[in-house]
Design a protein around this ligand. Structure first.
Ligand SMILES: Nc1ncnc2c1ncn2[C@@H]1O[C@H](COP(=O)(O)OP(=O)(O)OP(=O)(O)O)[C@@H](O)[C@H]1O
Ligand SMILES: [Mg+2]
Length: 393
């Protein structure tokens, strides 16, 4: 049913989401509890009531409501505390506050803390039904999106298992056979055949490398990486990356400039991960540059963070691509025969690793002028890291 039709039906007094919805009413005034329960039960809602916060929270467990109506002003546990507890226990439950005009300011506070809507007292049965109906619709949307997330996660896991067993294993075995043939251990092979087998072997190795990179990304666990954190001097890591990539840059007459203050403090991080970050960013700045261009890498202390800027005067990225550039497999030139080769995985790996350090990455770019990737890494891991899952967007 489209939104407009639904709203028209609501105006006529038809509330499509009330039937079967489970609503818990927590209010110390019996009259209000009864008024809400009556108005909602009439439309098929299953309603339970509680006269104070503590009883309400017990019912949250035993009754499993879709939506809770909470009075803000109650003796004992306050409405705001009840709302906070509900949010902690099950954030998918829709919360609506019941408020008198005197408590409208608290209702606004509650809205800021994730409450969906409010009903002012007194309200007519139809007003109560309209607000609760909208809240239950919201609950439907939340549950649908949760189910979608679970389905996506299942697909992702199946994909990981498929790639890992059905693709990687036979490829690796094939590479081994080809190497046996190339090593002359399976008898004489013509020069022409050897060249072909060598090229096949090369391509298969590239494919295996890509699969390995994707598997690492898909199965990455930021909490496990935090176990490998150690004191790091980013300037040393950066110098190593520059040294590895400088020969590639020189081939196209691209100059790499590095700037870092002498007294840059060390940070806590994973050496392997941050090297991967630097390699990817500098390699991109060379790959997507012009012959004779430059790449400038700057390290700076910025409050509690270290700021790393990788700036180039290369081809740049237009605005329409900027928001998708960190997605897996996304490339500005996505053609198979694009002149610059790549898989589109580098930046999503970079973002995942930077996030796992509690850091962030931003991009500023102008087509034809160049790009600047700015990474910020906290000098010390944030307290929440290592206890909760670090988001990998
Ligand atoms: N410095 C840059 N200047 C211009 N475009 C860039 C730059 N860095 C990345 N891009 C664009 O972003 C896309 C994604 O980059 P990413 O590093 O994720 O993948 P890739 O370089 O194509 O492949 P991979 O790094 O996996 O070998 C690139 O294909 C390119 O179009
Ligand atoms: Mg890349």
């Amino acid at each position: 049913m489209d939104a407009e039709r639904r709203d028209r039906k609501r105006i006529k007094g038809f509330f499509p989401f009330l039937d079967g919805g489970r609503v818990l009413v927590i209010d110390d005034e019996e009259m209000i509890r009864d008024a809400c329960a009556q108005a909602l039960r009439k439309e098929g809602c299953v309603v339970e009531t509680a006269e104070d916060g503590e009883t309400g929270l017990e019912a949250l467990e035993s009754f499993s409501p879709d939506l809770v109506l909470v009075d803000l002003k109650m003796p004992g546990m306050s409405g705001l505390d009840v709302l906070e507890e509900i949010e902690k226990t099950d954030p998918t439950v829709v919360k609506i506050v019941l408020t008198g005009f005197a408590t409208i300011a608290s209702a606004v506070d509650a809205m800021k803390k994730g409450t969906y809507d409010f009903i002012t007292k007194p309200s007519t049965p139809d007003e109560i039904r309209a607000v609760v109906d909208r809240g239950l619709e919201k609950r439907h949307l939340i549950l649908e999106s949760e189910a979608l997330k679970i389905a996506q996660e299942r697909i992702r896991r199946n994909m990981i298992s498929l790639v890992s067993h059905e693709l990687r294993a036979p490829l690796a075995a094939t590479v081994q056979y080809l190497e046996i043939i190339l090593g002359g251990m399976a008898g004489q092979v013509s020069k022409e055949a050897t060249e072909m087998i060598d090229r096949s072997n090369q391509r298969l190795r590239e494919m295996l490398d890509l699969i390995g990179r994707w598997l690492n990304l898909a199965t990455f666990d930021p909490l496990r990486m935090a176990e490998y954190f150690e004191a790091l001097h980013l300037a040393d890591l950066m110098e190593e990356s520059v040294a590895i990539l400088d020969p590639v840059a020189k081939k196209r007459n691209i100059q790499i400039i590095m700037e870092s203050p002498e007294d840059l403090p060390s940070i806590q991080g994973s050496q392997v991960a941050l090297k991967e970050v630097f390699n990817n960013l500098i390699s991109n700045a060379i790959k997507y540059n012009r012959d004779g261009g430059w790449v400038k890498v700057t390290l700076l202390e910025d409050g509690e963070e270290i700021r790393i800027e990788v700036c180039d005067n290369g081809i740049g990225i237009s605005e329409e691509h900027v928001s998708r550039i960190f997605d897996e497999f996304y490339r500005v030139d996505g053609r198979r025969n694009a002149p610059v080769k790549g898989s589109g995985l580098g930046l999503s790996i970079v973002r995942t690793l930077v996030n796992a350090h509690g850091g962030s990455i931003a991009l500023e770019s102008k087509v034809g002028e160049g790009s600047t990737f700015t990474v910020r890494i906290p000098k010390r891991p944030k307290e929440s890291m290592g206890t909760s899952h670090v988001s990998v967007q």
